[in-house]
Design a protein around this ligand. Structure first.
Ligand SMILES: [Zn+2]
Length: 163
């Protein structure tokens, strides 16, 4: 079969190496100051078996906030009523690319919630729980490199201190 016979890939099936990925994530902070994080399973496309943020790729034509709430609900069952603050918006390299013209855009929202682990319905990954920020700082949590970078900054941010 030649490539012209192949069914065209749906947008969300284009490999990360060949597209400009748009990634929407959220860090929910509980009343103790602990962070809601996901332990990925072995099937995860990015950083399998490591901890990361809740969230994911925008689908074709999808706006940022609808994507964020969709990912949040798919992964945790949550639809938080409180306002989320856009905390992070940068071009990052979330995965290797076939061309230097390609890059990823990562936006991260943050918000304070009055929730606990029992309120989470895990829809993806091994577990999604509130994690002691001390485990981010001391390195004892096996975080994906990108998540470690942004969470370290988040814990030093005004946004986190105010929550
Ligand atoms: Zn991607």
């Amino acid at each position: 079969m030649t490539s012209s016979d192949a069914a065209p890939l749906a947008e969300d099936e284009v490999p990360c190496t060949e597209c400009n990925c748009l990634l929407a994530s959220v860090v929910l902070v509980d009343s103790r100051g602990w962070l809601l994080l996901q332990e990925r399973d072995g099937h995860a496309r990015v950083a399998p078996n490591q901890w990361g943020l809740v969230g994911g790729h925008l689908e074709s034509g999808e706006e940022w906030l609808p994507a964020l709430y969709r990912e949040l609900e798919e992964e945790t069952g949550l639809r938080p009523a409180g306002k989320l603050e856009l905390w992070f918006d940068e071009v990052v390299l979330h995965s290797p690319k076939v061309s230097t013209h390609l890059a990823d855009r990562w936006r991260i929202w943050a918000g304070k919630v009055e929730l606990s682990d029992e309120d989470i319905t895990v829809g993806e990954g091994r577990q999604i729980v509130f994690v002691d920020p001390g485990r981010v700082i001391d390195g004892s949590l096996d975080l994906a490199p990108g998540a470690r970078h942004v969470l370290t900054r988040f814990l030093e941010s005004e946004t986190y201190r105010m929550s």
